[in-house]
Write a protein that binds this ligand. Sequence first.
Ligand code: A2P
Length: 329
Amino acid sequence: MKVAVVGATGLVGSEMLTVLAERNFPVTELIPVASARSKGKEIDFKGKKYKVVTVDEAIALKPDVALFSAGGSTSTTYAPLFAEAGITVIDNSSAWRMDPSKKLIVPEVNADVLTADDKIIANPNCSTIQMVVVLKPLHEKYKIKRVVVSTYQSVTGTGVKAVQQLQDERAGIDGEKAYPYQIDLNVIPHIDVFQDNGYTKEEMKMIKETNKIMQDDSIKVTATTVRIPVMGGHSEAVNIEFENDFDLNEVREILAQSEGIVVVDDPTNLKYPMPKDAHGKDEVFVGRIRRDESQAKTLNLWIVADNLRKGAATNAVQVAEVLAKKGLI
Ligand code: A2P
């Protein structure tokens, strides 16, 4: 299969290449794509070198599928051109996620809605993906009424420039800034742009995308999204109120048996999920599973995943795997 990775020189794009190789996706020809600045640059994939091409060149090469992670404006402009050329796009930007004509997919949750008509498929926001993987099996069993989430998000979610800012600050270098404030030794309660309602766009993404992926607008969600000086992955403190009561052991059992989830929940032995442990892994890790003693039928838990993996690259590759399995690419 001919596979294009648009944004192949970026953080998520290079993780996509790693995941495609690791999961043995049947790539017969790789087409790494980046901006004109990177044209001709060599990219290693499974021991072979491939030259970076521009988006226009990539369309002419007619890949079967294109994984996009090159920012919203590249996706807005180019994804439709790929689609018109018959190339299926899996897009990691926020450009198409809330478009009613586009599917927003987390394979463990709603892979079944994909059809041959889906030529541009959206990959959800990183924080949303790791949360819905956990919410889905619990919703099926106990029916979720409301979710209150606070995130602790890695700088890798912002891209190369943010990782550089953190490293520069640690080395005492006054370099380029991705954030309006110092991130090292700090916490910034501001991810993406502020909206008129006082929430950030990241917070509104978590709310709207959760409803769309779960195909249930009755689930109420409220979010506070926060950037922290961490590299390995995103963490989330999640409070979930259910329609029906639950048994804690049964909750652990359901999560442990669900696809893509690893339960790490052994406080006696100080075992709980941390971004350092999730780094480089494809699964979503859940722990600190406990009853909210202030309210009936309500659960607290802690969710961690590598935002570049399940939150972006892995999810996109898994969507491609579903398409390949269904014979849609
Ligand atoms: P380049 O390296 O040539 O700038 P990150 O989010 O980690 O900063 O990465 C962004 C990715 O998107 C990079 O691979 C970058 O390529 C790519 N990119 C940015 N603008 C374009 C564009 N107009 N066309 C194709 N790729 C682009």
